[in-house]
Unconditional design. Structure first.
Length: 351
């Protein structure tokens, strides 16, 4: 089998983080599990909707553990491996940690796709692990009908630097670190409608590590943090607000959008996951007059693959946060709203 005969995205029903199970369905699967007092050192487990599990060790360190994998989001095998690896590590960074090592998770239809393509996926993942300063130390593989790839990542942080997604406070400023729209652009790619210039921007963003999360965690004024993935900006913001019993006011014109996204929306390049996300979250959103609701429908629930960090910050800590981003010019900072103590709907979208 020749590699150039195959486009990886044609073997995936849902691209990248867009293949996630719907949030409402997922809740019915997981149920209302709590860890009670059975594991007192388990600081974060499946009783929350956070990004990684967190276990407190006797030396004051917190071990972080996460896993993430998905179907192909691009056709190039190396890029697929790099994106999947960066996306998996993002969960550790979103908790304020640093990765220590990773294990690969590979599902491959060996009777349909060349194994040399799978080897290139692993090559891409190793390159990102090297960039992050960790080994790809092993893994597990199975024969599947669709290609699947991702990592199980172990990380660590200090207990004082552990960041959660349920600790936002009224008066906080809401920031994100990457433009949105990867779901739209990946859909255009899958349909053969994405321009070359937009492809390079898309891949570059999805391969960019969210490593600045480790430094953000050392700023005490940063009150909560998560990353934006398959549930879209609006879904992950809603998780943060609901779990902290607070509300958000978002300035729509401040939300950064990737180049080419609005053009692709005009061509109806909308992922199926956008509709699933919208149906799960729209009852909790209020749009003020002046917001283009149809455009917002296509953007806010757009499933992101290795999207930006989403975090809240006390106003008095903004100078420290901005100074951090000014030192690392590979990372961007976008203020998009504020946390409120009350509201009619959990998220209010302003023009």
């Amino acid at each position: 089998m020749e590699e150039n005969q195959h486009r990886l995205t044609q073997f995936s029903q849902g691209a990248g983080c867009g293949c996630k199970i719907d949030a409402t369905v997922l809740k019915s699967i997981i149920g209302e599990s709590t860890h009670g007092n059975a594991w007192p050192n388990l600081l974060v487990g499946n009783h929350t909707n956070d990004d990684a599990a967190a276990m407190l060790m006797h030396n004051g360190k917190v071990i972080l553990s996460t896993t993430d994998f998905f179907t192909p989001v691009v056709d190039n095998p190396e890029h697929y491996g790099r994106i999947a690896a960066a996306n998996a590590m993002s969960d550790v960074y979103a908790m304020g940690g640093k990765p220590l090592m990773a294990l690969a998770i590979l599902g491959w239809p060996v009777d349909v796709l060349p194994t040399s393509m799978a080897a290139r996926v692993l090559d891409g993942a190793r390159a990102i692990c090297t960039e992050a300063g960790i080994p790809l130390a092993g893994g597990h593989s199975v024969h599947t009908k669709e290609p699947l790839f991702g990592l199980s990542v172990t990380g660590e942080t200090d207990e004082a630097h552990l960041k959660r997604n349920n600790t936002a406070q009224p008066g906080n400023i809401i920031y994100t670190t990457k433009p949105i729209g990867t779901g739209v652009l990946c859909t255009a790619l899958k349909r053969g409608q994405l321009e070359e210039a937009y492809y390079h921007t898309l891949v570059q963003q999805m391969e960019t590590l969210n490593s600045i999360g480790s430094s953000l965690a050392a700023i005490s004024g940063v009150t909560s943090m998560t990353d934006i993935t398959g549930f879209g900006l609006i879904g992950h913001l809603l998780e943060m607000m609901e779990s902290a019993s607070v509300f958000a006011s978002v300035e729509y014109h401040q939300i950064p959008v990737m180049p080419g996204v609005l053009h692709s929306i005009g061509q109806k390049m909308i992922p199926d996951a956008t509709y699933r996300n919208w149906n799960s979250y729209n009852a909790h959103i209020h749009f003020e007059p002046g917001v283009d609701v149809m455009q917002a429908f296509n953007l806010l629930p757009d499933p992101q693959t290795n999207g930006g960090l989403l975090f809240t910050c006390k106003p008095e800590a903004t100078d420290e946060v901005e100074a951090l981003f000014n030192k690392d010019l590979t990372q961007r900072l976008y203020p998009i709203g504020t946390v409120e103590a009350s509201g009619n709907k959990r998220i209010r979208v302003l023009p």
